[in-house]
Design a protein around this ligand. Structure first.
Ligand code: TYD
Length: 342
């Protein structure tokens, strides 16, 4: 049995990855180490919670004692645990981003080294580390990180920690850098689930800065398949970009209109807002030839993926309605200046 330590497995991408791994790799068993911060939700895994191939450990990647205990037994380690929301990293202190995304990654890596583990360590990263990319340019893995937000800078720091362990100690490390994900279980502070659930409730969709920005939206399951492939076939010490390479590229305004159209809601729900995202990157775009050469390609078109995502949020009101109260409501009021979270 292959033992896979997943960190942050109660979050959006982590939980999708665990579902896929358990479904597709019958010889794998998962330990999910998760701190259950606001974005971690054990309900994301309730269908597999009783599986003999699944174990949940409530804990913190920054705890070296626990890290050593868990890392020592693992064959694969997939590090999803991270603070991820750009707006939180600019509006509030980014200290938690640094503590989790940089220091936490270091603690895990150091536990691998300290236990002489031969585990593969996959650091799950973001294309945001490359910063704003001019039209017509695609950042490949040799591009220097030029992160804009404190969030992106913290992820770049984690990536560099991981790569330094390969270079210094020969730790079996890889870094993936994926474009924007969307799909089931995404916390509704991110633009796709925020706009889907607000539109369902006839609440305004706060579209930032004219909506001209370009993101390369990838359905989360395609991302998770890329990660599985890397764990099997990726080369140690390497960085791999993962993206949809959407052609033509789509702006935030276009994604917003697709969502409204799919839900049969009017464009008058769009509420243009300016200045909520200082340093707002205009465009992200990555060259994905390296992972495509391993045999991966995206399989879910944006319109199909959005329809699947929308259907999921329509069927899972009991998942997101409780989230859109409590801490979320307070966050929403601070960010958008209204207590109404939809
Ligand atoms: P987001 O989902 O926060 O992901 P990221 O910042 O990691 O790319 O934002 C995606 C894009 O959507 C980004 O250009 C900012 C924009 N956006 C809005 O227009 N309105 C919103 O309320 C949010 C959260 C994001």
């Amino acid at each position: 049995m292959r033992r896979v330590l997943v960190t942050g497995g109660c979050g959006f991408i982590g939980s999708n990855f665990i579902h896929l791994l358990l479904a597709e790799e019958p010889d794998s068993a998962v330990i999910n180490l998760d701190l259950l911060t606001y974005a971690g939700n054990p309900r994301n895994l309730e269908e597999i919670a009783d599986s003999p191939r699944y174990r949940f450990v409530h804990g913190d990647i920054r705890d070296p004692v626990q890290a050593e205990e868990l890392v020592g037994d693992a064959d694969w380690i997939v590090n999803f645990a991270a603070e991820t929301h750009v707006d939180r990293s600019t509006k509030e202190s980014a200290g938690d981003f640094i503590r989790t995304n940089v220091f936490g990654t270091y603690v895990l890596l150091d536990a691998v080294r300290g236990t002489n583990s031969r585990a593969r360590f996959l650091q799950v990263g973001t294309d945001e580390v490359y910063g704003d990319i001019p039209l017509g340019v695609y950042a490949d893995e040799s591009a220097l990180p030029r992160p804009t937000s404190p969030y992106a800078a913290s992820k770049a720091g984690g990536d560099e920690q991981a790569l330094s362990f390969y270079r210094t100690f020969g730790t079996d490390v890889m870094v993936s850098r994926c474009t924007n994900n969307y799909g089931p279980y995404q916390y509704p502070e991110k633009v796709v689930p925020l706009f889907v659930t607000n539109a369902m409730e006839d609440e305004p969709l706060p579209l930032y800065d004219g909506g001209t920005q370009v993101r390369d939206w990838l359905f989360v399951e395609d991302h998770c398949r890329a990660l599985l492939l890397l764990l099997h076939e990726g080369r140690s010490g390497e960085v791999y970009n993962v993206g949809a390479n959407q052609q033509p590229e789509v702006t935030n305004a276009e994604v917003t209109r697709l969502i409204l159209r799919a839900l049969g809601k009017p464009e008058s729900l769009i509420r243009p807002v300016e200045g909520l995202r200082p340093g707002h990157d205009q465009r992200y775009a990555v060259d994905c030839q390296k992972i495509r050469a391993l045999g991966w390609e995206p399989t879910v078109d944006l319109e199909v993926g959005l329809e699947r995502t929308i259907r999921w949020y329509q069927e899972k009101r009991d998942w997101w309605e409780p989230i859109k109260s409590g801490e979320y409501r307070e966050y929403y009021r601070r960010q958008y200046g209204s207590g109404e979270a939809g």
